[in-house]
Design a protein around this ligand. Structure first.
Ligand code: IMP
Length: 424
C-alpha cells in the first residue's frame, strides 16, 4: 500500500484542510511535507471552525498519527500557540504528533528578514505571508540552517546566536530596524515547550508504517502554481509544492506513491502578487470574493478572484500525475447566471496556448473563455447523489473531466464535513 498525496492545484486556499479531515478516517497516518506556517488549513465541524498552520489536518480524528516531515520549515513560537489553541479539545498531542528532527527551524530573525526583503522589493514585492518561509529555506539550501533536532544539542544557543547575528548584519545593511530581544525570549520559551514532543527520524517511522501496510496521506500546503520550480516564479513560495515534494519532504521513494489527489476550487483565487490571467477586477470578482468569503486564513488579506483557468490546471495535473480530482466551493458559483471557464490563452503574438508555458507566464495573456449556464441554488447534504445534481452542473463537471482527462471524484458544496459529495 502506497502513500497517497493530496495537493492544491492552484495558488493555495483550495480547501485542502477540509478534504484531509474528511478523508482522514481512511488513513493511519497524515503527514505535512513542505511549507510551514504560511499555510492556513481550515476545518469546520460541529459548528466550530479550526485553522491549522503547521499541525496536520488529521489531528482531530481518533487513532491517526500525524507527522510534521523533514521538508517543513517549522516555527516553534507559532507551534506553541497552535497547541495552546487546541488544548480545549482534549487531543493528546504528545502521542498523536511526531515531528521530524530534520525539519528546518524558522528563527525570529527569518521573519524580520522576510519583511525587510519584501520592503526592499518595492512594487515588485511577492506578497509573502511574512512568516519567514523564504529566509528559512534559504538557510536550509545554503547549508546554514538550524533543525529541530539541533535544539537538543548543548551548543544550540551558541549556534542560534551565530546565525542570528549574521542575519542582523544583513538587516542593518537593509536599514531594517526591529527589536529582536523580545521575540528571542519567546523563541526560547517555545523551544523548551517543543522539547516535550516526540522529535524523531520521521522517515523511519513512515517507511516502517509503509512496510506494515498502514495507509498514509501526505497533505500538501500552498498550491502547485506556487511551486518554486513550476509556479509563476518569482511570485511563488520557496518549497516544492508538487507531488515530488512529498518524496523529499518525507523521505519516501517515488515507487511508494499511490494516488495523487488534486484539489481545486470551481473558480480561482490568489493572494499576493504575480500573474493571474483570469482575474476579475470588476463586480463579478467582488461577488466571488463575497460569496466565497475569500479572505486569507493566515493573513486576513482579501484574495484576488477569477474564473477557472484550465490551461494552468492541465499543466499541473500532468506534472503531478494527478489520479483523482476533488472540486471545492462549488456552491459559491450558485449565484451566477453564467459561469465562465478559460480554455486557452491568447499570447501577444496571436498564438493560442492550452497549457502553461514559460512564455505565457512571463507576459500578459488574454484568456479565451467558454461560457456555461448557471445551475441556481442547490442544497447538498449527506443524502445527495451525483444523479440528483442539476443538469447544468453535471455538464460543467463532465466538461472539466474531459478536458483534464481525470475523474472528479469529490465535489464539495460548503465548508462543513457534511457538505461533501463523493461520486461512486
Ligand atoms: P510565502 O510562502 O509566505 O513567502 O509567500 C509567497 C507567496 O505564496 C505569496 O504570494 C503568498 O501569498 C503565497 N502563499 C504562501 N502560502 C500560502 C497559502 O497557504 N495559501 C495561499 N497563498 C499562499
Amino acid at each position: 500500500m502506497g502513500v497517497d498525496v493530496l495537493l492544491g492545484l492552484q495558488w493555495g486556499d483550495e480547501g485542502k484542510g477540509k478534504i484531509v479531515d474528511f478523508l482522514a478516517p481512511g488513513y493511519n497516518v497524515v503527514c505535512r511535507f513542505q511549507g510551514g506556517p504560511n499555510a492556513g488549513h481550515t476545518l469546520k465541524f460541529g459548528g466550530i471552525t479550526h485553522v491549522l498552520h503547521q499541525i496536520p489536518s488529521g489531528i482531530f480524528r481518533d487513532n491517526i498519527q500525524n507527522v510534521i516531515g523533514n521538508g517543513v520549515v517549522f516555527d516553534p513560537v507559532i507551534f506553541k500557540n497552535e497547541v495552546e489553541k487546541l488544548s480545549e479539545y482534549n487531543i493528546d498531542l504528545n502521542k498523536k504528533l511526531l515531528i521530524s528532527k530534520r525539519a528546518t527551524l524558522i528563527l525570529p530573525v527569518h521573519r524580520l528578514l522576510d519583511s525587510a526583503m519584501e520592503a526592499s522589493k518595492g512594487k515588485d514585492k511577492i506578497g509573502s505571508t511574512l512568516r519567514g518561509i523564504g529566509p528559512a529555506y534559504q538557510d536550509k539550501i545554503g547549508r546554514n540552517g538550524l533543525r529541530v533536532g539541533d535544539i537538543l544539542a548543548q551548543d544550540f544557543k551558541k549556534r542560534f546566536h551565530h546565525l542570528t547575528n549574521q542575519h542582523l548584519d544583513m538587516l542593518a545593511y537593509l536599514k531594517f530596524e526591529a527589536d529582536h530581544k523580545e521575540s528571542e525570549a519567546k523563541f526560547f520559551e517555545s523551544i523548551d515547550f517543543l522539547k516535550k514532543f516526540q522529535l524523531m527520524d520521521t522517515e523511519q517511522f513512515i517507511n516502517t508504517a509503509i512496510e506494515e501496510g498502514k495507509r498514509i496521506l501526505a497533505e500538501g500546503a500552498q498550491g502547485s502554481l506556487l511551486d518554486i520550480d513550476f509556479g509563476s516564479y518569482p511570485f511563488v513560495t520557496s518549497s516544492s509544492t508538487m507531488a515530488a515534494g512529498a518524496c523529499t519532504g518525507l523521505g519516501i521513494a517515488p515507487s511508494k506513491i499511490g494516488e495523487v489527489f488534486g484539489v481545486f476550487k470551481a473558480y480561482c483565487t490568489r493572494v499576493g502578487s504575480g500573474p493571474f490571467p483570469t482575474e476579475l477586477q470588476d463586480e463579478t470578482g467582488e461577488q466571488l470574493r463575497k460569496e466565497g468569503a475569500e479572505f486569507g486564513a493566515t493573513t486576513g488579506r482579501p484574495r484576488r478572484c477569477g474564473w477557472l483557468d484550465l490551461p494552468a490546471l492541465k499543466y499541473v495535473v500532468t506534472l503531478n500525475g494527478v489520479t483523482q480530482l476533488f472540486m471545492m466551493k462549488t456552491d459559491v458559483l450558485n449565484v451566477f447566471e453564467k459561469i465562465k471557464v478559460c480554455t486557452h490563452y491568447k499570447l501577444k503574438d496571436g498564438s493560442m496556448a492550452n497549457t502553461l508555458t514559460y512564455e505565457s507566464l512571463n507576459q500578459d495573456v488574454e484568456p479565451v473563455y467558454r461560457t456555461f449556464d448557471g445551475w441556481g441554488n442547490l442544497e447538498v447534504n449527506e443524502a445527495t447523489t451525483f444523479d440528483l445534481l442539476p443538469a447544468q452542473l453535471v455538464k460543467y463537471i463532465l466538461f472539466l473531466e474531459s478536458e483534464l482527462k481525470t475523474p472528479i471524484n469529490i465535489v464539495s458544496f460548503g465548508p462543513d464535513r457534511s457538505q461533501t459529495l463523493v461520486r461512486k
